[in-house]
Write a protein that binds this ligand. Structure first.
Ligand SMILES: *Cc1c(COP(=O)(O)O)cnc(C)c1O
Length: 397
């Protein structure tokens, strides 16, 4: 990226991660092994979970989480369309149908009031998303899921380090408050292993299944055979997958995890600074944090005034070296979902669509300076006032 450009995000890594990666590389054991096992224990301790199982990414985590709670062909899973497409795809991997409900107007998260109306005899699970790192309304969703006796899976891809006020105490997302939480360590998330994922649960039987399925359902892991003093033959009691994380990734993840508190603190400072800088402009809608939520601010997403063209604002910023993204996508509007595979009970998803059109994700990363931030804020304020960005005005070719 040329000098003076401000990227949307940037992982915070240095010699510490590079040194950590040397360990497995020089040890002779590079795939899932002792580093993965240590990373799992450290992650579980960090979020307060009984079990944590590392996998190749969050999409594979979602897949085996849905399988573990019994999602099978013909079933329905209630979720949001307004999410990264992997959320809905994971449901389809199981042969099940995603049933989309709309998001709240004040956040980018599932509207708990719409869940009841989407429950049918075929509902096998609810898959909620802590979008952009903001905890969703678990205090409403968890009791609803329990009342209908439907397992609740949390797509916590963006939410490592986010917390929620639960029975008067701040707890990490991933305890989990539902039944299973799934995390991502893609470079766009707050901590990264290049690619990677984690499942947390309090259910020992599900954790056992994750461990079996992620490694081809091999009943005696290679790590055990490696150390055995007697010949052992493994067997494959059922069909599994190759969803392993490597020890190189886990070694990097362990370093990243040590930085998590610092990363979250910095992101929270940056988010509050954006709030102060942009509050000066009444047309720009700022993201709200409920008093029961403590976001890691994986993304800072603002609402643009209705009078401006999203694409023109983004181009205006890009011309000035500032990289942004539009609001989160909607799976139901993608060609991959045009065949009616997903259902929405015939109900429209106006808030989901509005958020995709009206919203803008601003640069936010650990190394960002105050100077970077005021430049972004000023350019955004200039853009929404600029004639070239107003609706009804054509951009010159
Ligand atoms: C990033 C993301 C995923 C996918 O995570 P991967 O680790 O890339 O598979 C799933 N759901 C949400 C909400 C995400 O933001």
């Amino acid at each position: 990226m040329p000098d003076g450009e401000i990227p949307l995000s940037r992982p915070w890594m240095d010699e510490r991660e590079a040194d950590a990666a040397r360990r497995p590389i020089l040890s002779g054991w590079v795939t899932q092994g002792p580093e993965v096992a240590a990373f799992e224990l450290e992650f579980a301790a960090e979020v307060g979970a009984l079990h944590a199982c590392a996998v190749s990414n969050c999409t594979t985590a979602l897949h085996i989480a849905l399988l573990a709670v019994g999602v099978r062909p013909g079933d329905e899973v209630i979720t949001v369309s307004h999410s990264y497409i992997a959320t809905a795809n994971a449901i389809r991997y199981c042969g099940a149908t995603p049933v989309f409900v709309d998001i709240e107007s004040g956040s980018f998260n599932m509207d708990a009031n719409l869940i009841e109306g989407a429950v049918t005899a075929r509902t096998r699970a609810i898959l909620c998303v802590h979008q952009l790192g903001m905890p969703c309304d678990l205090a409403s969703i968890v009791p609803l899921a329990r009342r209908h006796n439907v397992p609740l899976i949390e797509d916590a891809a963006c939410a490592t380090g986010s917390r929620i006020l639960w029975n008067g105490r701040w707890e990490h997302i991933g305890k989990p408050h539902g039944d299973i939480a799934c995390f991502s360590f893609h470079p766009r998330k707050v901590v990264t292993t290049g690619d990677g994922g984690m499942l947390t649960t309090a259910n020992a039987e599900w954790d056992r299944k994750f461990r079996l399925w992620r490694q081809h359902s091999m009943d005696i892991p290679d790590t055990v055979r490696h150390h055995a003093r007697q010949v052992v033959f493994e067997s494959y009691p059922e069909m599994g997958f190759n969803y392993r994380m490597t020890d190189i990734q886990a070694a990097v993840g362990r370093e990243q995890l040590k930085r998590l508190p610092q990363i979250v603190e910095r992101r929270r400072d940056l988010a509050s600074a954006y709030g102060n800088l942009l509050a000066l402009h009444p047309g720009i809608g700022l993201p709200l944090e409920p008093e029961w939520a403590c976001s890691n601010w994986q993304s800072y997403c603002v609402r643009l005034p209705d009078s401006v063209i999203q694409r023109s604002v983004m181009q205006f910023l890009l011309d000035r070296g500032i990289h942004t993204r539009r609001g989160i996508m909607n799976s139901h509007r993608e060609p991959a979902y045009a065949d009616g595979t997903a259902s929405r009970n015939g109900s429209p998803l106006p808030e989901s669509e509005r958020a995709q059109h009206n919203c803008l994700i601003l640069p936010l990363f650990h190394q960002m300076t105050e100077g970077d931030q005021s430049r972004v804020a000023q350019c955004l304020i200039d853009a929404v006032q600029h004639p070239a960005c107003q609706l009804g005005v054509q951009l010159a070719e």
